[in-house]
Design a protein around this ligand. Structure first.
Ligand code: NAG
Length: 322
């Protein structure tokens, strides 16, 4: 285990020695927490969804803005009958056929009493969303996972949902052909850090060049203004990859990501502190983009001050760098 940890540390040093680009520009309303970005296929309009309240909708004509708040996705709260049904987290939005599906989490901070729900729309506009309640992905204290932080991937014509936060970290379950509920088979673990507090969450899978890349956030996400983590324990973004969407993930040093592996893609640098809650988006202007939230050290460390950041991904020997 010690050997494994020193390999991981050496990998992080190499990455940070290369330096990270500053976030791309953002104009208009750029507050962010666990962003999900998607373009509407009919006209290219950008939509950005964020954690908190009833999931806010922001709209822009470009990735850089100017972002304008529209209203909430689920204005009267989720129909899932759990604590947290009016404080929804971690949106993940995909187009499936002619429908946009937004997955959200219902939970309370630090609780395993959680579920993943979804809402659908044909336009993503404010007022157009219908809540459908649970996908069937649910956790309680008897499980080895927390049913939050949903992320859908299509692979080989089938849909899979990645999810999880702490406990057994990242799990996956097969979804039905409409991507609206589980296919009924058991979920399985795809990434796990057995050391420390198992601080892995917010996964996002992206296919590129014949590999499935599993991005995730490690460390402490929130509350920096009231309790500053030890250096390096704050949020940062790591990646693993596999030729299969369903397992076999390793990092750039070949470490098994079910056993603590993970190559750092983005960590605190310059004015950027605690980047995470990331996603990947293929932009017609900027190419593959890693987007995330971060605290700008010149603005403040409170969750309410987090900003939307993004960087163009450079694929270097099959690994993403920013
Ligand atoms: C796994 O957890 C340990 C302890 O928190 C941490 O030092 C290490 O960086 C983590 N590994 C990865 C790949 O994030």
């Amino acid at each position: 285990m010690k050997f494994l940890r020193s390999l991981v540390a050496a990998g992080s040093l190499i990455t940070s020695a290369m330096g990270y680009a500053n976030p791309g520009s953002c104009s208009g309303q750029c507050w962010s927490h666990d962003p999900s970005v998607i373009q509407r296929s009919s006209d290219g309009t950008y939509f950005r969804f964020e954690t908190g309240s009833l999931i806010g909708i922001w709209k822009a004509s470009s990735l850089t803005g100017s972002w304008v708040y529209q209203g909430a996705v689920v204005p009267s709260g989720s129909s899932i009958n759990l604590d947290g049904s009016d404080d929804l987290w971690a949106p993940d939005v995909h187009q499936v056929g002619n429908t946009y599906i937004l997955y959200y989490s219902v939970s309370t901070f630090g609780s395993q009493n959680s579920a993943i729900g979804y809402a659908t729309s044909s336009t993503m506009e404010y007022g157009s969303w219908t809540d459908h309640g649970s996908t069937g992905i649910r956790s309680s204290s008897s499980k080895n996972y927390n049913a939050i932080d949903a992320n859908l991937i299509e692979a080989g014509g089938s849909y899979y949902m990645n999810f999880g936060s702490f406990w057994g970290d990242i799990y996956q379950v097969a979804m039905n052909s409409a991507a609206t509920s589980t296919a009924g088979s058991a979920s399985y673990q795809i990434a796990y850090n057995n050391s420390g507090s198992h601080a892995v969450e917010g996964s996002y899978m992206y296919e590129h060049g014949g590999y499935y890349y599993l991005f995730f956030s490690n460390g402490i996400c929130c509350g920096y203004d009231s309790s500053m983590p030890a250096q390096g324990e704050e949020y940062h973004v790591s990646v693993c990859r596999s030729a299969y969407a369903t397992g076999g993930f390793v990092d750039a040093n070949g470490n098994d990501c079910l056993n603590g592996g993970g190559t750092t893609v983005l960590a605190s640098h310059g004015n950027v502190y605690g980047p995470g809650g990331q996603g990947v988006f293929s932009d017609p202007t900027y190419g593959d983009v890693l987007y995330y939230h971060y605290a700008d050290t010149t603005v403040g460390y409170a969750d309410s001050q987090y900003l939307f950041g993004w960087n163009t991904i450079t694929w270097s020997n099959g690994w993403p760098t920013v």
